[in-house]
Design a protein around this ligand. Structure first.
Ligand SMILES: Nc1nc2c(ncn2[C@@H]2O[C@H](COP(=O)(O)OP(=O)(O)OP(=O)(O)O)[C@@H](O)[C@H]2O)c(=O)[nH]1
Ligand SMILES: [Mg+2]
Length: 531
C-alpha cells in the first residue's frame, strides 16, 4: 500500500501515530505491548504495578506511577518488521487534553482505543471530532475483550452513528467474556486464539482456507462456532469491506478486537497500521505547505518537557520532522528568532529513555535538548521562513494562587513556574499588585501535577489556594491605548512569562465593560503560540 509513491523508502516506511481514548481504555497497556512486539523491550510492564513489578515505559512520571493514569504524552520510536513506528501515548483525562490535542497536530494517524464493555465514551467522542477536523485516518482497537463486553454489532453501530464514520471489521471476536477464545482475522483469513495463561505471549494463529474450512471446527467449539458463523455472515452482508483509500481519507475506520493486557489482537493491529496506515503526510504551514519528500529539513515543536530525566535537568523539545533527512550536527534556523542552532544532541525517545539520534527522516519525532529557546509552535528549517500553523492553545479556565511553603523560596518558585509555563503545562501570571503567582490551567488535576512536579523536580513544597480572580485575558492594541488601559486598571493587571500584559477578573461583566469602554483594546482568551 502506498499513498505517495514518490516518497524515498526511508520516509515511506514511517508510521507516526497517536494512541487516543477516553481515560482507562488501555492506551498505555497497548503501547507497552507495541514495544514488546517491536522488540524494543523484552518484558512488558503494568500500569498499576505493585512492589518490584515492572511499570509501563510510557507512564514514567512519578504521579503517573502513583495513580495509574497518564498525565502527559510520551513518544516512542521503534522498528516493527519493515516499518519504523513513531508512537505517542496520550493521556485520556480531559484535564490534560491540551497535550493530547497538540500531539494530534504532529501525527499522521490515530489509533482509537475503545473499552469493549463501554463503547464510545464522552472523551472518545471529543477526540474523534478533533481527528475529523484534520481528516486524520483512524484505526480502532476494541480492547478488554477478555471481560464481559457488549455485542459486536452494537459496538460497531455505536461508532458509526455517534462518530459518523464507516466501520469495517478487520477481525471478529469469537465468544464473550470468560468464553472469549479469540478472533477471526478477516483481512488474512486466519484464526487467532488467545492464551489466557501467558499474558506476554504472541497469540497462536491458524491459517484457514475460508470460513467453511473444517479446521475451524477443530478449534472453535459449539455453540460458539455456529454463533460466530452466523454473525460473520451478517457482518459481510451489512458492513462494508475495507477500502484502503477511505481509511486514508479518514472516512472509514477498520476495527480490531482484542485484549491489550493479554497481548491479544495487538500484532494484527500493528500489521494493519503498517499495511494500511498513512505514510508521512504534507504538513500545513505558512506561507506554503511542506511535503515530506523535500530534501531540506523542516520540523516543528509540539511539546516541551523539562526535567524528563532528573539526572540531566534539561528541557527537551519534541520535534516532528515534516520534511527531509536530518543528520546530527545540522545547523537549523529557528524561524521565530531567526537564529541558527546547531543540533548536536538530538535524541530518539523510548518514553523516558533516549538515545542519541545520528539521523532521522520526515515523519520522525526527535527530542532536542535546549535551555528554553525552543517553544511549542516553533519551526526549524534550513533557512526558509516557514511557520507551521494550527497548534492549539487552550484558554486557562481555572486560576489559583501558588505559594511556596517557605516564603524565602519565592524566587525559586518563580523559576520553577516559568519553566512549566514555557513547557506549556500551565499559564503563569505575576500580578502587578500583591505577592504570589497566579497559575491558570484547563483542568483541576493539572494543579496536582504541578504541585507534585515542583516538589519532586525543584525540592519545593507549594500550596495552591483559590484566587480572587477567575478569568484571564491577554490584552492587545496600540501601545498608547494599552498603557492608558493598564493605568486605569492596575489591580487587574498581570504579566505572563513572556512579559505580555494580562487582564485578570472574576466577572464577565468586567470583560464586557472593558470592551465597551476601551474600543481600541482587545481582550483574547488565548495567546497565539507563535510571535
Ligand atoms: N481486563 C483487562 N484489563 C485491561 C486490559 N487492558 C488494560 N487493562 C487495564 O485497564 C486499566 C487502564 O489501563 P491503561 O493502559 O492505564 O489505560 P489508559 O488508556 O492508558 O489510561 P489513561 O492514560 O489514564 O487515560 C489498567 O488497570 C489495565 O491493567 C485488557 O485487555 N483487559
Ligand atoms: Mg495511559
Amino acid at each position: 500500500m502506498s499513498n505517495r509513491p514518490d516518497l524515498p523508502a526511508e520516509i515511506a516506511r514511517r508510521r507516526t501515530f497517536a494512541i487516543i481514548s477516553h481515560p482507562d481504555a488501555g492506551k498505555t497497556t497497548l503501547t507497552e505491548k507495541f514495544l514488546l512486539y517491536g522488540g524494543a523491550i523484552q518484558m512488558a510492564g503494568q500500569v498499576r504495578a505493585k512492589g518490584e513489578a515492572r511499570r509501563t515505559r510510557s507512564d514514567f512520571m512519578q504521579m503517573e506511577k502513583d495513580r495509574g493514569i497518564s498525565v502527559s504524552a510520551s513518544a516512542m520510536s521503534f522498528d516493527f518488521e519493515k516499518y519504523r513506528f513513531n508512537l505517542v501515548d496520550t493521556p485520556g483525562h480531559s484535564d490534560f487534553s491540551e497535550d493530547t490535542y497538540r500531539t494530534l497536530t504532529a501525527v499522521d494517524a490515530a489509533v482509537m482505543v475503545i473499552d469493549g464493555a463501554k463503547g464510545v465514551e464522552s472523551q472518545t467522542q471529543k477526540l474523534f471530532e478533533v481527528c475529523r477536523l484534520r481528516d486524520l485516518p483512524i484505526l480502532t482497537f476494541c480492547n478488554k475483550m477478555d471481560r464481559e463486553s457488549r455485542d459486536t454489532f452494537e459496538i460497531i453501530d455505536e461508532i458509526q452513528e455517534n462518530l459518523a464514520i464507516d466501520v469495517t471489521p478487520a477481525s471478529w471476536p469469537i465468544g464473550v467474556g470468560r468464553e472469549f477464545i479469540g478472533c477471526y482475522d478477516i483481512l488474512r483469513d486466519k484464526l487467532e486464539l488467545m492464551d489466557r495463561a501467558d499474558r506476554n505471549k504472541i497469540a497462536t494463529s491458524i491459517s484457514i482456507k475460508g470460513l467453511d474450512d473444517p479446521k475451524l471446527a477443530e478449534h472453535v467449539p459449539e455453540p460458539l462456532l455456529s454463533k460466530f458463523l452466523e454473525e460473520i455472515e451478517m457482518a459481510k452482508e451489512l458492513l462494508p469491506p475495507l477500502d484502503p483509500q477511505a481509511l486514508l481519507d479518514g472516512t472509514m475506520t477498520p476495527i480490531w478486537f482484542g485484549s491489550a493486557m493479554n497481548s491479544f489482537g495487538v500484532k494484527e493491529l500493528m500489521d494493519g497500521i503498517g499495511t494500511y496506515g498513512p505514510e508521512p503526510q504534507v504538513q500545513s504551514a505558512t506561507p506554503r505547505n511542506v511535503a515530506p519528500e523535500e530534501t531540506k529539513v523542516t520540523g516543528f515543536v509540539f511539546k516541551v518537557q523539562a526535567n524528563m530525566d532528573p539526572k540531566h535537568r534539561d528541557r527537551v523539545a519534541f520535534v516532528r520532522l515534516a520534511s527531509g533527512h536530518f543528520e546530527r550536527g545540522m545547523k537549523l534556523t529557528h524561524v521565530r528568532t531567526k537564529k541558527v542552532m546547531a543540533i548536536t544532541n538530538p535524541v530518539l525517545f523510548l518514553a523516558a529513555d533516549r538515545e542519541l539520534a545520528e539521523e532521522a527522516w520526515a515523519g520522525d519525532i526527535i527530542g532536542i535538548p535546549n535551555h528554553g529557546q525552543l517553544r511549542i509552535g516553533d519551526t526549524l528549517t534550513e533557512g526558509e521562513a516557514i511557520r507551521v500553523s494550527g497548534i492549539p492553545s487552550f484558554a486557562p479556565e481555572l486560576l489559583q494562587t501558588c505559594r511556596a511553603g517557605d516564603p524565602m523560596k519565592a524566587k525559586h518558585l518563580e523559576k520553577a513556574l516559568m519553566q512549566f509555563a514555557e513547557e506549556g503545562a500551565a499559564k503563569v501570571f505575576k500580578p502587578s499588585f500583591g505577592s504570589g503567582f497566579i497559575v491558570g490551567v484547563v483542568g483541576p488535576l493539572q494543579f496536582e501535577v504541578l504541585a507534585s512536579r515542583i516538589e519532586l523536580e525543584y525540592g519545593l513544597p507549594v500550596r495552591f489556594e483559590s484566587s480572587q480572580f477567575t478569568s484571564a485575558r491577554w490584552v492587545k492594541g496600540e501601545k498608547a491605548a494599552v498603557d492608558k488601559f493598564i493605568t486605569a486598571n492596575k489591580q487587574h493587571i498581570a504579566t505572563d512569562n513572556d512579559g505580555d500584559t494580562v487582564y485578570l477578573t472574576r466577572l464577565q461583566w468586567d470583560i464586557d465593560r472593558v470592551q465597551r469602554d476601551y474600543p481600541d483594546v482587545t481582550l483574547t482568551a488565548t495567546k497565539e503560540m507563535m510571535v
